[in-house]
Design a protein around this ligand. Sequence first.
Ligand SMILES: Nc1ncnc2c1ncn2[C@@H]1O[C@H](COP(=O)(O)OP(=O)(O)O)[C@@H](O)[C@H]1O
Ligand SMILES: [Mg+2]
Length: 231
Amino acid sequence: MSIGFISKDFYNGLFDNNTALNLRKLEGDGLVSELKGPFGSGKEALVFYTRSLDNLECAVKIHRYSINPFKKIPQYMRIRRKKVVNNLSIINVWTSYEYKYLLKSYNLGIKVPKPYRQYRNIIVMKFLGYNGIPAPLLNEINDFDKERVYSILLDSIKKMAKAGYTHGDLSAYNIMYFEDEPYIIDFSQSVKITPSTKDYLIKDINNLNAFFKEIKTEPVEKILKEVGLFE
Ligand SMILES: Nc1ncnc2c1ncn2[C@@H]1O[C@H](COP(=O)(O)OP(=O)(O)O)[C@@H](O)[C@H]1O
Ligand SMILES: [Mg+2]
């Protein structure tokens, strides 16, 4: 195991020993080097900036093992038909779902940070930002072409729905604005659309429409019909 950049001083209090081991594994693979950050609320996940050995700028998203996953995760695990075993494994499964939906979206051509790797509770993806500082979230800016951005995001929702899933937590807090384009992030609550989860799709559409209320938005019913789901 490499001695690594992750000294006890650095991770003490920030994350646990298991996470430090997982980071060292990624460091050994050349994907992660010194971390800068964390960015974001840090309540459930920590996001850092790093560079890989071959100089890719990466965002490293770490799901905390220390959170109480029995609050909201079991509901999702039921939807996803996964058994809750223990904290460590539930967070790893949770992370793998986020990665799966990030990758699916990337492969559908939706604007998301390019996924590089998932290992246990860590996701490594393309860093969206400038000089190691994350690009703004959509709710932090005002000076952008609303019609254009809405139409890109609406198209993304439709693509996902036609592929059978929805983001699950779509809001201006989970959309970054980078190089004049909106990027959807944070697929941790994505779900397969079934009769019992259709409401998650409706909520995503309503959130998007509410954020763009100043412009003409498409009615939910029309969207559901287009993607093959009738009200
Ligand atoms: N690929 C990325 N590039 C740059 N910054 C990112 C990236 N992904 C997330 N971030 C930053 O980290 C914050 C938290 O990320 P997010 O995935 O929404 O986690 P959570 O909401 O669970 O804390 C975002 O608001 C953004 O500022
Ligand atoms: Mg988020």
